[in-house]
Write a protein that binds this ligand. Sequence first.
Ligand SMILES: [Zn+2]
Length: 320
Amino acid sequence: MNRTKRSSRGRILGALLAIGGLSLGVSAYQQPPAGRGGGGRGPEGPKLIEVQKLKDNLFMLRGGGGNTAVFVTANGVVIVDTKNPGWGQTLIDKVRELTDKPITTLINSHTHFDHVGGNVEFPTTVEIIAHANTKTNMEKGLPPKGFEQLAGPDVFKANNGKNIAKTTFKDKMTIGKGNDRIDLYYFGRGHTNGDAWTVFPALRVMHAGDIFSGKTWPILDGNNGGSAVEIPDTLGKAAKVKDIDAIITGHSTVMTPADLKEYSDFNRDFLTFVREAKKAGKSVDDVAASWKNPAKYTGYQQPTAERIKANAQMIYDDTK
Ligand SMILES: [Zn+2]
């Protein structure tokens, strides 16, 4: 490990957090409100994690990267997503305020640094679960496309591959039983090609990760298998999971299956718009100049031309 590299990463992340809780799921134009744990103050300042109790044994932890779920079972604690590099111990300390039970399991929703960064600070005895493609992405260590400069050095490479996922699944996997059961689903590509949906059936809650980071312009990571063409279907399938009341988003507040369905529709409307533009012989610049978020989607801020072009280009490339 290289001390200089570490502190350089720290500065990059610090700068990133300082400019407004920017993270891979929350764009600069849709930040969590100040004090809501959008990103804390970076490595040099206090690391703030805000706990939101969703159920007696399920908590959403905000701040320092993506939203974390903490599920307290009879035998131990299951954690979904471990925040930015350097935030693992802060996360562990926060879990210790909630329960004395041992942390047995980590689930990573996808490969991005603000969801896996803390993994390396957990003991190697903890079971680490992710989609098979996410494990491969962790091993490759490619930064998110379009956000390369923000990611910093790969945390797994810097730690000799420590705590890359060991247990993987392809379509569905169930762990635990009864009230402690967890169902993991993969519904297809979107934000990456390894977006895991974690369902706590007894509690009727789902953790979505960044494929549903909030009502925000989607980040589709071409370096890690993201897909602008598939994301509407993937979201639509997830919205059909039965007996869910609440969804922990990647970076925003808790939302509902209706919100997820709406997000699927929003993504599909863009896909249709872009495909029609391509058929009409228009360019991605034309798309960027003419796309306006439909008014029926309230709470969605208009993306920048650059962000529209990035997603439209993926659709152009994937549409024959
Ligand atoms: Zn992400």
